[in-house]
Design a protein around this ligand. Sequence first.
Ligand SMILES: [Zn+2]
Length: 305
Amino acid sequence: MNWNFGLPRRGLLLLTLGSALISQAQTPLQVVATTGMVGDMVARVAGERAEVDYLMGPGVDPHLYKATASDVRKLQRADVIFYNGLFLEGKMQSILERMARSGRAVAAITEGIDHDRLLDPGDGSGHPDPHLWFDTAMWSECIPVVVETLSRVQPESAEYFAAQGEMVRQEMASLHQWAVAKISELPKDQRVLVTSHDAYGYFGEAYGFTVVGLQGISTVSEAALADMAQLVDFIRERQVKAIFVESSVPHATIERIATDAQVEIGGELFSDAMGTPGQMENGYDLGTYDGMVRHNITTIVEALK
Ligand SMILES: [Zn+2]
């Protein structure tokens, strides 16, 4: 995936008309991100001053992802690397931490969030829930780390990155307000979200949903039969109208539960990976953070109403 803003070419000289000033155009930073959500935020903050590539495309599960040889080459060539952190990128986190220790510009965008505010998944892993991005207000608090890291690597663009960061913060604030308004269409007792894995804990906290994921916080462990039977009972007891599959987790188990509980599949949600850039649905670009959030919330509200 690549956001190429096509603006200034390497080494291009800009001549400022009316003055004798000749300044060298910024060479776009080469940035690599892990997930699409991280890449989307970084690309929006970096604007024309960077070319942002991300490693984990549509349908890719970051919990299970192993870096390929080509990923490692991309990481080695990058001027700056951003990742989610909090062990979302399970197997890759140690590579990224090693690169950071060796003096490379590598940042976990969640590193500025106060740990007291992170959710404990209660799975005994000792790691907090990494799926911050579905609380849009909290996700926007990751912007300063992006601004600071880019500014450290390209100090002459610090003002530009700060202004871009503020613009992205305002866009996310209006996305959050849209989400609150859309969800208010759904009566509180119908706000029950059943999905494949526990990716929506922060979403539930932010927007008042009871969230039940079959596989726990990571997709590493498979669903046990006892859990499936419990979930079927829960769906019947709460008279849940629909449950949801996720684009980055196999659908089979949720489909079986839907059959057993005689409940509908309300649609496919994006959890740990975005859609394909330019893939439009109901006017939303599923390959953007904004589009995936609007798609998810619309799908959930319409199916549970
Ligand atoms: Zn996940």
